[in-house]
Design a protein. Structure first.
Length: 528
């Protein structure tokens, strides 16, 4: 580029690899000023041209030139396995460089997630693995990151969550589940206990009658660890469970259990006395017997319309005839049942469907209720109306300020007490029926707190019966009243359970306090 169109007399090239050249041209040269250069390796080079023109004018210019593939790079790492017996807080990490032009790392920086980080520099001739060793102070989940700077300037990073586990400790226990109708047949459920939540790989049962078994489980098993066993005779047996966990921890526990003699069998039959198919009043007659023979001590009648009754039988009088009359609120289909309990606990039941046909225009109804959980009830309304009519709505009030709609509805009371439950049934023809019933809700409105084991060695198990759904603050105070632990938990109405690791607490007497704006419970425990 020359304002007076003078031509270059010399063009000098600097190629950025210390292999430069100059080319001379005549004033009559009319071609292009082109040069070729062969590089020994790919990379980015600073290339410059210096032109001397006829007449003495000189000029220069430089550009960064990419030769070969542009550098691209990635970073990754792996956690290396450690041998058995190694401190579980010690971890080894191996960086995994990835560079398209096979450039090596010049520096690798590690962030271990515990504010104890490091950077390691490497030479371009290094040929080993990029391994680092790190000792954590406590178990937990840490965000571990690697940052790799390659020769040539390319940089890349990768982060992963790493679980640093506590040393395995485990326990074992079991409970007996009496779900079999035969006394000699029983079920046991193993209760695994592992601080790192490892699952059982094998559970061995010793039933005390020389007929033992072992069951293997996969690490993906999510069911209950239940086993059934049939004893040949009643008696007292030493039952033991031995649990081997994935990872090698093993624990066992034994209990003495008693297998009682086979239970008494009993039966009952219910008969209906029907004056007419439209009669609202029906009679019921029941018979009952047991083997071996036993005396009934209670009979309960369930008529299917929510008005049930139980009668205790006087042991000093002869057994009465089981006969009762009942008047139903209106036509419909009902299920009537009788339940007879014998001395010794055997209970016999029998049921029968009762059909009452309506006559003429009808307008009425009734409700039933059943307890499905602590303070939770299922209510159902039944309309009595003519065959050409139909129900438009069921509206409920539960006596605690809340309401609902629907023929069948479930409601949970937040506190124990006596409530008035009502339902209004409205039909298409204008029939409106209001039915109310008192409902006593049993229970205590006082929260309860239970700690176990007491004294505690490592883990404290807490059962808290809450009266509200809310957030609570938990504090553990030492003998001087100084807080040594504080927790925040969300509780729901009913039983709430959790476990605290207190292995690091000093031996002594402590106070466990659970508090919220609405609840307060406390208990004393001893740490060994």
């Amino acid at each position: 580029q020359h304002n007076n169109n003078r031509k270059p007399s010399r063009v000098c090239w600097t190629f950025g690899d210390n292999r430069d050249t100059c080319i001379y041209y005549t004033e009559t040269y009319t071609g292009q000023y082109v040069v070729s250069h062969g590089y020994n390796a790919p990379g980015t080079y600073q290339v410059c041209v210096h032109i001397l023109y006829f007449g003495g004018c000189e000029a220069s210019n430089c550009h960064a030139i990419q030769v070969g593939r542009p550098d691209t790079c990635h970073a990754d790492f792996e956690r290396l396995p450690t041998s058995a017996g190694t401190n579980p807080l010690l971890a080894y990490f191996n960086a995994l460089p990835q560079h398209n032009n096979n450039r090596k790392p010049s520096q690798i920086c590690w962030n271990f997630g515990d504010n104890h980080d490091t950077c390691i520099n490497y030479t371009e001739t290094y040929t080993g693995q990029y391994i680092v060793r790190h000792m954590y102070n406590a178990p937990g989940t840490y965000q571990v990151c690697v940052h790799i700077l390659y020769f040539g300037g390319c940089e890349a990073s990768k982060c992963k969550p790493i679980e640093i586990a506590r040393p395995d400790t485990c326990g074992a226990d079991f409970v007996r589940i009496n779900t079999s109708p035969t006394a000699l047949q029983t079920y046991f459920q193993a209760l695994p206990q592992h601080n790192n939540n490892r699952k059982p790989s094998r559970i061995c049962w010793t039933f005390g009658d020389n007929r033992d078994t072992c069951i293997n489980y996969t690490e993906t098993f999510t069911g209950q660890y239940v086993v059934s066993h049939a004893y040949n005779a009643p008696g007292t047996y030493q039952v033991c469970v031995d649990i081997l966990y994935f990872g090698g921890c093993e624990a066992n526990k034994c209990h003495t259990i008693t297998i009682p003699p086979p239970q008494t069998t009993c039966i009952a039959n219910l008969f209906e006395i029907t004056p007419s198919i439209t009669s609202l009043t029906r009679g019921f007659y029941a018979t009952a017997s047991s083997t071996p023979p036993s005396r009934p001590d209670r009979i309960c009648w369930h008529f299917g319309d929510g008005t049930d009754t139980c009668i205790m039988i006087d042991p000093t009088l002869p057994v009465p005839v089981f006969l009762i009359n009942h008047t139903y609120p209106g036509p419909g289909n009902y299920t009537a049942c009788v339940s007879v309990r014998f001395l010794g606990g055997c209970i016999a039941e029998s049921c029968k469907e009762v059909v009452i046909i309506g006559a003429g225009n009808m307008c009425g109804g009734y409700m039933t209720d059943s307890l499905i959980a602590p303070r939770s009830y299922k209510f159902k309304a039944f309309s009595i109306h003519g065959p050409g009519d139909q129900v438009l709505s069921y509206h409920w009030t539960f006596g605690d300020g809340s309401s609902g709609t629907g023929q069948e509805i479930t409601h949970t009371y937040s506190q124990a007490g006596n409530y008035q439950v009502c339902v209004i049934i409205t039909t298409q023809s204008g029939c409106e029926t209001r039915i109310c019933r008192p409902l006593p809700v049993p229970g205590s409105n006082v929260p309860t707190l239970y700690l176990s084991p007491n004294p505690v060695i490592n883990e404290l198990h807490v059962d808290f019966q809450s009266t509200l759904t809310e957030q609570v603050t938990i504090r553990i105070l030492n003998a001087t009243g100084t807080p040594v632990r504080t927790y925040i938990r969300n509780v729901t109405v009913g039983l709430n359970t959790w476990t605290h690791d207190l292995s690091s607490l000093l031996p002594g007497v402590y106070t466990y306090i659970l508090q919220s704006p609405n609840q307060l419970s406390s208990a004393i425990f001893l740490k060994q």
